[in-house]
Design a binder for this molecule. Structure first.
Ligand code: ZN
Length: 326
């Protein structure tokens, strides 16, 4: 038996995936493991290569947007670095939650004291439910829209319905030509499992068009190493539209009856065989088409589980789930 290539735990003993397109990668990280860059004027973004956060450095203090724990203390370093270079205060006065998930908010408690936290009312409800000291609940909440004005800058927060999570909001910077919208489009990469672990499939499918309905040039998507463009959103939409079309075709063309006949009294074995066949048939051409276009398209389980989720939504949300028994 050969030793795993990645060391004792074998964690890096990975299959040989397709090379990551250079266009999917971002700028190099510094020694501490982060990159901070200007989006426009005094709006900055921070990445550790996997997660993204952003902040406005105003004359009246810093407004932070999300606090992913993987970036963690490097958010403080990034803010300090930019504040010193631009001659403004490094005091974080506001923190905006994009949504309640711990992987984007779990470093919120690092910015304690007199920070004003802002989020959707559902974010507050979910954070009260989750009762996590790392994610203090927002004091300021809103139902539909909220305008935040700090240091002469304006940020428009809006909730347009559930998508990735019930509380995921659109953060528009009209004075910076930028939209921040997390966990739906991954710039240059496929979504991970189940449409980026999304709860509301129709909401997730509709969200990119809502994002494009805003005027912006720069898009902070929350993941990976670079900012997104309108083209990135369009490629994501094409990938999803191709999956929808492929899932419809597969649902219509795979006859379920033989699978249930073969399964006999084990009805669930019939369900598995039928739906796995539909999923395989729908996902295969998508994986082939997008390998080399979207990074990690050849990690088949991502496209397969996303296809499965869309196929189930086509059955259960769009309908019909099948013929009505006479
Ligand atoms: Zn999330």
């Amino acid at each position: 038996m050969t030793a795993p290539a990645g060391g004792a735990d074998g964690a890096a003993d990975l299959p040989g995936y397709a090379p990551i397109p250079r266009s999917a990668l971002g700028p190099a990280l510094n020694e501490q493991g982060y990159y901070v860059g200007r989006v426009e004027r005094n709006l900055y973004w921070v990445t550790d290569g996997v997660y993204q956060s952003a902040f406005l450095a105003t004359g009246d203090g810093v407004v932070l947007f999300d606090a992913p724990p993987t970036i963690g203390g490097n958010l403080r370093r990034a803010v300090d670095e930019i504040a010193a270079a631009s001659g403004v205060s490094n005091r974080v006065t506001h923190l905006v939650y994009s949504h309640h998930h711990s992987d984007h908010a779990g470093a919120a408690s690092l910015f304690g004291g007199d920070v004003t936290r802002i989020g959707h009312e559902e974010t507050r409800r979910l954070l009260l439910r989750d009762n996590d000291p790392a994610r203090p609940v927002p004091e300021i909440t809103f139902a539909d829209t909220y305008t935040l004005q700090v240091g002469g800058e304006r940020v428009e927060l809006a909730w347009h319905g559930p998508n990735h999570s019930p509380d995921n909001i659109y953060i528009h910077f009209p004075g910076h030509d930028t939209l921040m919208f997390i966990d739906v489009v991954n710039a240059g990469w496929v979504p991970i499992y189940n449409l980026n672990l999304s709860e509301d499939v129709p909401g997730y499918l509709a969200a990119p068009a809502t994002a494009l309905s805003y005027p912006w040039t720069h898009f902070i998507c929350g993941h990976l190493g670079r900012l997104a463009t309108r083209d990135d959103v369009a490629v994501h939409q094409a990938y999803i539209a191709d999956i929808e079309a492929s899932a419809k075709e597969a649902l219509a063309s795979v006859n379920p009856v033989p699978y249930y006949m073969a399964a006999g009294e084990n009805a669930w074995a019939g369900v598995k065989a039928h739906l796995d066949t539909v999923t395989d048939r729908a996902a295969a051409p998508i994986i082939a088409k997008y390998t080399g276009v979207l990074a990690a398209a050849d990690i088949e389980i991502f496209t397969r589980t996303t296809t499965f989720a869309i196929m189930q939504s086509l059955r259960l949300d769009t309908g019909p789930s099948g013929p009505v028994h006479p």
